[in-house]
Design a protein around this ligand. Structure first.
Ligand SMILES: *[C@@H]1O[C@H](CO)[C@@H](O)[C@H](O)[C@H]1NC(C)=O
Ligand SMILES: *[C@@H]1O[C@H](CO)[C@@H](O)[C@H](O)[C@H]1NC(C)=O
Length: 362
């Protein structure tokens, strides 16, 4: 019984191994590097042998020159964007219509300097995996060198040469008219975010019989070079006019400087005087204002006094009026008294004395 069970297990295992073996595959691609010109679209070939479908498998493209090396992933019938190297975003794809026949080639668009490297094509099924690595080389010929004159330097003429957009990193040399290398400063190289190189280098040249100098930027791996020749007029090397002109310009500068400072001094002096005058004027006006205020107060007081006087006088007048009325009344009373007296006397005297007296009284 036990033996038959074991035998059964063996048969199953053998069967499983057989099926697994039948699913095994190889991943293949080109053995030579793929050379890409910057800006082009390229295909990184990779395929299964035998040509079984990769539609249900996981396809990874990795750039081994990066630490987080994911360039592209296809899994569960979908493209996976997570963990993709940012510089590849939107530039990678598989040929979906080719997957069923085991073609897992990668399309990479707008090739740039940072794309150079070793790409691993890794394909995994449920029970098997294999990979293949293909190298990509990126070539970019940079711009024609630009030479600029920097002026007199250490008894010679300073020149600068600059060229950009290279891949891989180029070499920059300065040559005289006979093609002899000139000793120059250290080359300065800068790599931009797309991985292209800019190179520049200073040189100090002495006057020669031709005054022709060449800046050459070359890249031996891609066998490319770019040159720019410059011819310097010999007057440029003549330091005398340069000295005279510099002296003249110094003098001019000094004169302008003096004039400027004098003007500034004069303006500030003038300003001071005007300010003093204005201050004085302000003080005078303040005093005048104070005086006027005092005067106004005095006048007000006078007015009040006068009003009071007027009131007093009015009262006095009223009093007087009253007194006069009283006097008049008294007089009238007196007159009346006198009249009645007279009447009395008249009455008494009528018969005795002459009527002429009566007339006088009336
Ligand atoms: C797969 O390969 C065989 C030969 O190896 C070929 O005859 C066949 O056409 C290929 N199939 C596809 C889908 O490419
Ligand atoms: C894979 O597909 C691409 C795009 O159609 C094609 O250029 C390439 O030759 C194919 N590779 C193989 C091995 O069939």
């Amino acid at each position: 019984m036990k033996v038959t069970q074991l035998g059964c297990l063996c048969v199953i295992l053998l069967y499983l191994l057989h099926t697994a073996g039948s699913e095994s595959f190889e991943v293949l691609g080109p053995t030579d590097p793929i050379v890409a010109v910057a800006g082009d679209d390229i295909i990184l070939p990779c395929y299964l042998k035998p040509n079984i479908s990769a539609e249900d498998m996981t396809v990874d493209w990795l750039n081994l020159d990066f630490i987080d090396d994911r360039v592209f992933r296809y899994q569960n019938h979908r493209n996976i964007q997570d963990d993709q190297i940012p510089s590849y975003r939107g530039r990678t794809s598989l040929f979906k219509e080719e997957l069923w026949r085991g073609n897992t080639s990668l399309k990479l668009t707008r090739v740039q300097g940072t794309d150079e490297g070793h790409y691993k094509c890794l394909i995994q099924s449920k029970s098997w995996y294999d990979d293949f690595t293909v190298q990509v080389l990126v070539e970019a010929v940079g711009s024609k060198p630009v030479v600029s004159i920097e002026g007199h330097r250490e008894g010679g003429m300073g020149l600068l040469c600059e060229s950009e957009g290279w891949h891989p990193e180029p070499e920059l040399v300065w040559l005289d008219s006979k093609g002899v290398h000139l000793s120059a400063g250290l080359p300065e190289t800068h790599r931009d975010f797309k991985g292209f190189y800019t190179v520049k280098r200073h040189v100090i040249v002495q006057e020669t019989d031709t005054n022709r100098f060449t800046c050459r930027v070359q890249q031996s791996r891609i066998n490319e070079k770019m040159e720019t020749e410059i011819h310097l007029p010999s007057e440029l090397f003549d330091t005398t006019p340069w000295k005279i002109s510099s002296i003249v310009s110094y003098c001019l500068g000094a004169i302008i400087g003096i004039c400027l400072s004098l003007t500034i001094c004069w303006i500030s002096y003038k300003k001071g005087v005007i300010i003093d005058q204005l201050k004085l004027q302000r003080d005078d006006l303040t005093k005048e204002r104070d005086d006027l205020t005092k005067e106004r107060d005095d006048l007000k007081k006078d007015k009040d006094d006068l009003k009071k006087d007027k009131d007093d006088l009015k009262k006095e007048k009223d009093d007087l009026k009253k007194v006069r009325g009283k006097s008049c009344l008294q007089i009238i009373t007196l007159i009346d008294l006198f009249k009645s007296c007279c009447v009395f006397v008249e009455h008494k005297v009528e018969s005795v004395v002459a009527p002429s007296f009566f007339f006088v009284i009336n």
